[in-house]
Design a protein around this ligand. Structure first.
Ligand SMILES: Cc1cc2nc3c(=O)[nH]c(=O)nc-3n(C[C@H](O)[C@H](O)[C@H](O)COP(=O)(O)OP(=O)(O)OC[C@H]3O[C@@H](n4cnc5c(N)ncnc54)[C@H](O)[C@@H]3O)c2cc1C
Length: 330
């Protein structure tokens, strides 16, 4: 856990840490909370990783704006959702990690089958609330992230992507300006966007098609069952480890994506079930990397690199990571 837990800001950063300090002497006075040297492992799906030099949880959008306006631009900021697509390296993240909590988790049903969700809202919750209002955003039901992460990653499954339902987002720039992002601004592509580093999305408006709430509910139940039958849903993972080869497209749409499956090329290279330390390629789904218990971030990353090497040796295919690796190795 962190070495200091301060509400209200205005703190001085004189506390010793393992990594080189990048924070200013004095932090902006905020309404949210600062935690210095905050371990991130317990916030991440894989339960690995070092500490954030500083974790900031803004109280609301105005608080986030003030913080970003006053924080020297030399300090890097990294927003996180629920870390369901991140390997946070064992040496931790320098600068400020921003995590949105209460104050960023409201859901509003709007005219025209639209939903506005604060970025801390879990995808599953957005899907359920939308379903109750007869709006089909069922694809979000089985993706474990928060809606800010879904927008940033263009999350999707079973042929539907966030880009397909995206209307607009609000965000705060690194200099503290509140902006509205259109679909063009997002630059959606396969499991990615073109947003600048340090930009923090605060809310998202999505539009689904209208349907009977019970039909949407049934669709979501089907999707959950399908997942449970084919993926290690009770293990600590980040979902797909690698992108499907040649699965890149300008639109991120399913009809644009090549058929080759990452799990198949991993199987062909004999890497199903392969392990390094506590990290393993799941015997159930070979493109899911799991923490069997006691894995370090280095175990997970090294296993991924070993898989990439073997796949290349076997089929001359270069797998690309889908899980983001952030921070520093210790
Ligand atoms: C079991 C399992 C199954 C999965 N299945 C799928 C799947 O079917 N489809 C799929 O697409 N993904 C899947 N994932 C991966 C993951 O859930 C998605 O990528 C998700 O959208 C990440 O959201 P997050 O809140 O966890 O983001 P994080 O992992 O915390 O962050 C991911 C990226 O988003 C950025 N980010 C997060 N919040 C913000 C914000 N507010 N503003 C700006 N940037 C932000 C971070 O900086 C980082 O770059 C799966 C993961 C697991 C564990």
């Amino acid at each position: 856990m962190g070495r200091a837990y301060i509400v209200g800001g205005g703190i001085f950063c004189g506390i010793g840490m393992g990594m080189k300090k990048t924070l200013p002497e004095k932090l902006p006075k905020v309404a949210g909370t600062y935690t210095l040297d905050r371990s991130l492992a317990d916030l991440s799906w894989l339960r690995v990783g070092g500490a954030a030099e500083l974790l900031f949880q803004p109280a609301d959008v105005a608080d986030l704006q003030l913080f970003l306006r006053e924080l020297p631009t030399s300090v890097s900021v990294f927003p996180i959702g629920v870390c369901s697509n991140l390997i946070i390296r064992d040496g931790g993240i320098r600068g400020v990690v921003i995590r949105m909590g209460r104050g960023f988790n409201g859901i509003e049903i709007l005219e025209g089958n639209r939903v506005r969700a604060g970025v801390a809202t879990l995808d599953a919750h957005v899907a359920r609330k939308a379903a109750q209002a007869g709006i089909d955003l069922a694809f979000l039901r089985t993706i474990p992230g928060a809606i800010g992460g879904a927008a940033k990653m263009n999350a999707g499954c079973y042929g539907v992507y966030t880009a397909d339902v995206f209307i607009e987002a609000q965000a705060v720039t690194r200099s503290g300006e509140l902006v509205t992002l259109t679909k063009d601004d997002m630059g959606f592509a396969y499991r990615s966007t073109e947003l600048p580093d340090g930009l923090v999305i605060t809310s998202v408006v999505l539009q689904g098609s209208a349907d009977d709430p019970q039909m949407i509910e049934a669709k979501m139940t089907d999707a959950l069952e399908k997942r449970a039958a084919t993926q290690p849903v009770n293990e600590r993972s980040c979902g797909s480890t690698f992108r499907n080869p040649a699965g890149f497209s300008s639109t991120g749409r399913a009809d644009d994506v090549h058929d080759l499956k990452a799990w198949k090329v991993i199987d062909d290279a004999g890497m199903r079930g392969a392990s390094v330390g506590g990290a393993q390629m799941s015997p159930m789904h070979s493109n899911f990397m799991i923490n069997k218990g006691g894995a370090t971030a280095a175990d997970l990353e090294d296993l991924g690199e070993k898989v990439r090497k073997r796949v290349f040796e076997n089929s001359k295919i270069t797998l690309e990571w889908e899980i983001m690796r952030v921070g520093e190795r210790s």
